[in-house]
Design a protein around this ligand. Structure first.
Ligand SMILES: [Zn+2]
Length: 215
């Protein structure tokens, strides 16, 4: 595990999307466990870190398979509750269409259903001690980011790109995913602005490296 911040880690075995771990007391939350084919490695890394038995929450930023695929296996291993934006919970349950055409195609691949509890997130709430959901629809209808103190888990609400100022300072730009992977562009733009306004210091995106944002 790579330490990001006190109590926040990134799993080294992440594959497909970034997987993060948040500790609170003796409990552990896993954010976006990633692709199904990598589930065994995620479970093994958590076991080696001595955390597997403490996982009480699986927090999902959205329903895309590269973020949630490993969730059923991780839930089977831990009995953790799955939390995901309410609209995306309906997609996982097969009660709502996935959105754009690439997603509809992907949804035809039968995904393993979750066997354990799943609770939709309706708005901003504390989903794990010290971790608050930030509704950020657009990429998917029920996309949520998570904020833990100064650390922002942005999921796929934005893609971070770094440029340099003339003085050499890193400037982080928030960009959106391509249109074909954005269910509602206007909402996605609004959501990116919401994330910009949070003044988080550490950006943990769904894809790409962890970045420190300028004050
Ligand atoms: Zn996505």
């Amino acid at each position: 595990m790579q330490s990001v911040y006190p109590g926040v880690f990134r799993l080294q075995s992440s594959f497909g999307s970034n997987t993060y771990v948040v500790r609170a007391g003796s409990s552990t939350a896993v954010i976006d466990p990633g692709l199904a084919l990598n589930a065994g490695r995620i479970v093994e890394e958590l076991r080696e870190a001595g955390l597997l038995g403490s996982v009480t929450h699986i927090l999902l930023t959205h329903h895309d398979f590269d973020h949630v695929g490993a969730a059923p296996r991780l839930q089977d291993e831990t009995g953790a509750v799955v939390r995901i934006g309410a609209a995306d919970a309906e997609v996982l349950a097969g009660k709502r269409t996935a959105g754009t055409w690439p997603r509809q195609l992907m949804a035809r691949v039968p995904a393993r259903r979750l066997n354990g509890p799943i609770r939709g997130i309706a708005g901003a709430e504390e989903v794990f001690p010290g971790v608050t959901s930030v509704p950020t629809p657009g990429h998917t209808d029920g996309h949520v980011a998570f904020l833990a103190g100064e650390v922002l888990f942005a999921g796929d609400a934005i893609r971070a790109k770094s440029t340099r100022s003339p003085g050499g300072a890193e400037i982080i730009q928030f960009r959106l995913f391509p249109q074909a992977l954005t269910n509602d562009r206007a909402e996605a733009v609004r959501s990116a602005e919401i994330l910009r306004g949070l003044d988080a210091r550490w950006l943990c995106p769904g894809h790409g490296r962890v970045r420190e944002m300028a004050a």
